[in-house]
Design a protein around this ligand. Structure first.
Ligand code: SF4
Length: 187
């Protein structure tokens, strides 16, 4: 077996923490994926359309998943602060608490236990692999805002501020480390 095949096998086996049959803590793997995404996404990506893009499903499919999460009291729909005609999906306090039971936390804890340099290498290597897949599949993967070609930083110190050139909106400093479905890499 080549090293590349061995690595693919290891990745496939680690996927068992987030891809599973049935439910865990009463949520399907898709519902967990949606809840996790909404907890990590910036405000521009906490929409039904962006969620559908992240899950690789239709808007109808994403709506069903959102409805299930709303019924369990984990997510609420709020009018967007940027555009009152749009909806922002937000985790409730119960949703935030529920994430402590996320089955993917077992994988996160193993990564936290790695040496810091191994962790950075793993992150950068996986990102390079995803960028390569994006080129092959003509798509952009979801990633953190501060790596995006559309993010512009102006000013210094207290006057430092960020702007998204795609949406022409201000981005809060805390949002620059959050996920965005509309992300486009710099390379
Ligand atoms: S700068 Fe890029 S990642 Fe950030 S909000 Fe805009 S499109 Fe999304």
């Amino acid at each position: 077996m080549s090293m590349a095949t061995e690595i693919v096998q290891l990745l496939v086996q680690s996927a068992g923490t987030w891809l599973f049959e049935g439910t865990r803590s009463d949520l399907s793997d898709r519902e967990w994926m949606a809840l996790r995404f909404l907890a990590l996404a910036n405000r521009l990506s906490r929409t039904p359309t962006a969620l559908a893009g992240f899950l690789g499903t239709t808007r109808g499919g994403a709506s069903q998943i959102t409805a299930a999460l709303q019924e369990k009291g984990l997510v609420v729909r709020k009018p967007s602060a940027d555009d009152k005609r749009s909806i922002t999906l937000c985790l409730t306090a119960e949703g935030e608490k529920f994430l402590k039971q996320d089955p993917i936390n077992a994988l996160r804890d193993q990564i936290v236990a790695l040496e810091g340099s191994d962790r950075s290498r793993l992150r950068d290597t996986l990102r390079r692999v995803l960028v390569g897949l994006d080129v092959a599949e003509r798509r952009h993967h979801t990633d953190v805002c501060n790596q995006c070609v559309f993010l512009v930083e102006n000013g210094e110190g207290k006057d430092r501020h960020f702007k998204c050139r795609l949406f022409r909106k201000s981005i809060a400093p805390t949002e620059t480390s959050q996920l965005c479905t509309y992300f486009e890499g710099r390379s």
